[in-house]
Structure formats: C-alpha cells, structure tokens
Design a protein around this ligand. Structure first.
Ligand code: ASP
Length: 523
C-alpha cells in the first residue's frame, strides 16, 4: 500500500483508493505511438494527471469544503498488475473485498478505480460478498484515459472521493456499494453498462439513481438506509473463492433466441461443473415452448438432482433492459414453474451472476432456491414466493379441493403484498365448448363447500374459464385476498365448483410477490 496523502487529523475523512486498472489508467502500449492498443499503466502514471488532489500546504492532503480535508491513501497492489476489466473475474472480487476487510476500521469509505466493461459485475459481486456494510464503497472509472485532455476520469474520481469521504463533505453516508459515473450515483447491484462511449456510461433501469451530480452532489436520503437502520453486526466477507470457485463450480448465462433447439440446449445443460445457469428470456420470462424444449429444461435440472449433484440452479431473467420476469403470466413461461426454474424478477444479468455465486457459497441447500428469489442487497424490487400445491384429483361439487403449504419466515405478516396469483395448469372440465366454468378459490377456509360461495365472511375469488374443449392454463389474481388479511404461517387453498361441474387439473401454483424492504422504485 502506498501512503501518499495522509494527514493524521481525526476529525477529517479518510478514504482508501484501490486501483485495479481500466481505461482511466490506460495509455498506448507502445510509448509515443497513440495508435497502438490501450493497456493499463502503473498507478503513479495516473497520479500525475490528478493535480488538485495535492493541494494542502504541506502537500499531503486533498482539501474539500471549508477547512476540512479528505485524506486519500492508495492501494495499487490488489492485483499483481493493473488489468483491463475484461480480465477481472470473481476471484478478483474476493481480492478487492479482502483489502476492504483488512482496512475497514481505518477508513470512512473506499474508492475503487476499475475498467468500465465489467464494473457492474464487480460492483454486484462486492455488494453480495460484503455483508453488513456501513461505509460507502464507490466504484468509478472513465471512458477516456485520465491523460486525455477531454477525460471524464478526473471528475469521476473526485466525485467518488467526495462521496466516500462523507464525514468531511457532510454528504449523507451511503452504506453500500455504488457506482459514481458521469452525473449519477447508482446502486451498484442494479447497474449495467449502457454506453460504450457516452460519458454517462451506466444506468440502473429498474431503480432510480441514489443521487445525482451537477453543480451540487445530491443524494436522495429516502433511498438509502437511515443511520438507525445500519447493520449492527460486523462486516462479513463471503468466501465465494473457497466455496464456489475452488470447487470448480461454474455459473454461466445463455440467451434464448427465436427457434432455440433442444439439441443445443441439451449439450449445454450437460456441461461439466455447471452449477448455475442464468437464462435470459424474452419479455416477462418467455421461451419457445415446444414439448422438447420444456423436457430439456425439466430433465436438465432434475437429472442433476437425481444424480445427487446438487446444488444446481437456473435463474430466469428478462432480456429487456427494463421490467421483470413474471413466470406463468404467459403459457410460454409457465413450463419454467414446473421445471424448478426460479424467477430472477427485475435483476440485471450482472446481479444474477453475482447472486448465484453468493447463494452457492453461503446458503444451505434447503434455502438455496428461496434465497435467490428474495432481495438480499436491494438487487430486485420484489421478493417472490412460489408455492406448489398438489394437483391431480377431480373436483366435484361434493368433493372440493383443498391443500395447505407452509409459508417461510421471510413472508412475514407485515410484508406488503404487491401481487398474489393462483395458477392452474391443464384444466379440463365436463362442460360443452363455449360454456363458462366458474371456480371459487377460497383462502384458509376450514370447511370448504358449496355453501361458502358468495359468503362475505369467506375469503374468496372467482375464476371464470371460457371452456374451449382443450386443456387450458388459467390464472386468477388474488392480491386483494392477501392484502386484506395477514399472511398466516400456513396457507390453505380450496377450490369449490358449482353444481353439475367437474374439473381436473395437473398442478396449482400460488405466487406471492412482496415489496422488498430496500427497494427503490422507478416512478
Ligand atoms: N476495456 C476497458 C476496461 O474495462 C474499458 C474501460 O475501462 O472503459 O478495462
């Protein structure tokens, strides 16, 4: 570690800057030849282009505000040599996290100079690896090298230092990993690189910026935890290196293209050591639904389980920059519910990649899938809870359906229910084509029977199906039923049918989405 600017004065802020490489510190490979490819240069060459960080009379501090200084120490030894960020991977995230852990008590905040190509991956990785953060970790870099006359790097670095040095600047303390780039301060775990050349560089399409940078730096305090809510437990570093990478577990992403064929999919799903798959699907989570494709997913996932090669997870995220996966909204994604694919909600691909590493490293097998569907670091707006109820037997007026599932503790009675939906797959009935079939879905009714229909004291919703003569997928919104009443530990769903009606179905799902406690919504 190089101590360049340090002044021992306890009431001023202390920031540790970690240099990893990236365009910000790059110059031509061949000295004097501006056309040769850019490569990262040693940190001292970058420092030459940061005049102004050296403004204290004694030359050992960066002065901000009236008489208060931020003292910046530098660590350029985190990697053996500075890297283009396309060479930075999960092992490097752990290295950076270890440096932060080592110096955590000595600094008010941390600035990481990083290449832009994978900055969102590293930011997401650090957000998951570093649990119980109470200090800002600010990633920044630039589109033009700091040596360039029009560089965006200088502003980015200075803004990042001001945010990390909150104690001296009196800016609100942001106790999480953020990206400070161009005019925005973004929650790292929601970001993605959106421009290969624009100075704005990044965005967090499903989450409002935590702050903006103009003449003033403005941080929206409603979007960050209050001082009183800061974690009380000490910083914890999740060792994804030991528990995931050194065990050879691989996490990969594939995109669904039109006309996806099962042969290719099968080959991929058989890949050795694949433990986590991010499936980037169309729109709200859809993919081609021919039976062979569905079967490839189903057997791919369950084969691993059968051969006792758990853990193995598939997370479905949308290929759209904005919006979320909603499994079962269309038939095109309801097959995923059957095959154990989990909903990635509105997570970015970077967050999903980091979250699977974290989950495999830290979660017991029994909690693995659930932990992936719940917001851990503000990476998704909603927590998703999927329950599979038994299917199979015929429902008649005399033999209503009833089954109970236990809800996990995360789905507490205080949770705000954004949406609750019941889905039934492959419904068939004894009616004539064109008839309307009415099913009455009852929640927590101890004695479900025909007399309950219309009884205002019974929590119920009506599902109307226009019978077309072939197995049908149907869903009914039951949000109001769950909003009106506290979510109990056990949720019993019953189905009562009207006279002269008999129905059958394969499977029944209840999906409850609650608002994540640390979510920042787009207006
Ligand atoms: N290739 C560079 C990197 O990611 C791009 C940049 O920093 O803007 O390291």
């Amino acid at each position: 570690m190089t101590n360049i600017y340090l002044k021992k004065n306890s009431d001023e802020a202390r920031v540790l800057m970690i240099y990893t490489g990236g365009t910000i510190g790059m110059g031509p490979k061949t000295k004097g030849d501006p056309t040769s490819p850019l490569v990262p240069k040693p940190f001292n060459e970058l420092l030459e282009f940061l005049p102004g960080l050296d403004e204290e009379p004694d030359g050992n501090g960066f002065r901000v505000d009236e008489g208060r200084g931020i003292h910046v120490e530098y660590d350029d030894t985190v990697f053996d040599e500075p890297l283009d960020s396309s060479n930075v991977g999960p092992r490097h995230w752990v290295k950076i996290a270890r440096v932060i852990e080592k110096h955590y008590a000595d600094f008010d905040g941390f600035v990481i100079l990083h290449g832009t190509d994978t900055m969102s991956y590293t930011g997401s990785g650090l957000a998951f690896i570093l649990e119980n953060l109470t200090k800002p970790v600010v990633l920044t870099g630039s589109q033009l090298p700091i040596s360039h006359v029009r560089t965006d790097g200088r502003n980015n670095v200075i803004n990042a230092i001001l945010i990390a040095g909150w104690r001296a600047t009196f800016l609100p303390r942001i106790p999480e990993v953020v990206l400070c780039f161009g005019e925005k301060i973004l929650r790292a775990v929601r970001t993605t690189k959106v421009s290969a050349s624009g100075f704005h560089g990044f965005d967090s399409p499903n989450c409002q910026p935590l702050g903006t940078i103009g003449m003033d730096i403005v941080i929206n305090e409603d979007f960050i935890p209050k001082e009183a809510d800061l974690p009380k437990s000490p910083l914890k570093v999740h060792d994804i290196e030991k528990r995931v990478l050194n065990k050879g577990m691989r996490i990969r992403r594939i995109g669904v293209d039109p006309g996806l064929d099962e042969e290719w999919l099968n080959t991929l799903l058989e890949a050795k050591h694949l433990r986590g798959l991010i499936l980037e699907t169309f729109g709200t989570g859809n993919a081609p639904t021919n039976p062979e494709i569905c079967e490839a997913f189903r057997t791919g996932i369950f084969r691993e389980k059968a051969e006792d090669r758990w853990p193995w997870v598939v997370v479905n995220i949308t290929d759209c920059p904005e919006g979320a996966v909603e499994l079962g909204l269309y038939d095109g994604s309801s097959a995923f519910l059957e095959s154990g694919v989990v909903s990635g909600s509105d997570m970015t691909r970077e967050a999903a990649f980091a979250k699977i590493h974290w989950a495999l490293a830290s979660q017991p097998e029994i909690r693995l899938l659930r932990s992936l569907q719940i917001s851990q670091r503000g990476e998704q707006s909603l927590n998703i809870f999927d329950f599979r109820y038994k299917g199979g037997s015929s429902i008649t007026p005399d033999s209503p359906y009833s089954d109970t599932q236990t809800t996990p503790r995360e789905l507490s009675s205080r949770a705000f229910v954004e949406q609750a939906v019941v889905r039934l797959r492959n419904i068939t009935c004894n009616k004539n084509v064109g008839d309307t079939v009415r099913l009455h879905i009852l929640v927590n009714e101890p004695d479900p029977r025909n007399e309950c229909i219309g009884d205002p004291s019974v929590l119920q919703s009506i599902l109307e199906v226009d019978w077309q003569g072939k197995p049908t997928f149907v869903c009914v919104d039951v949000t109001e039923l769950f909003r009106k009443h506290q979510i109990p530990t056990d949720v019993t769903l019953s189905i009562v049918v009207e006279d002269n009606t008999i129905i059958d179905f394969d499977s029944l799902y209840l999906a409850i989405a609650t608002r994540a406690h640390n979510a920042v919504y787009h207006s």
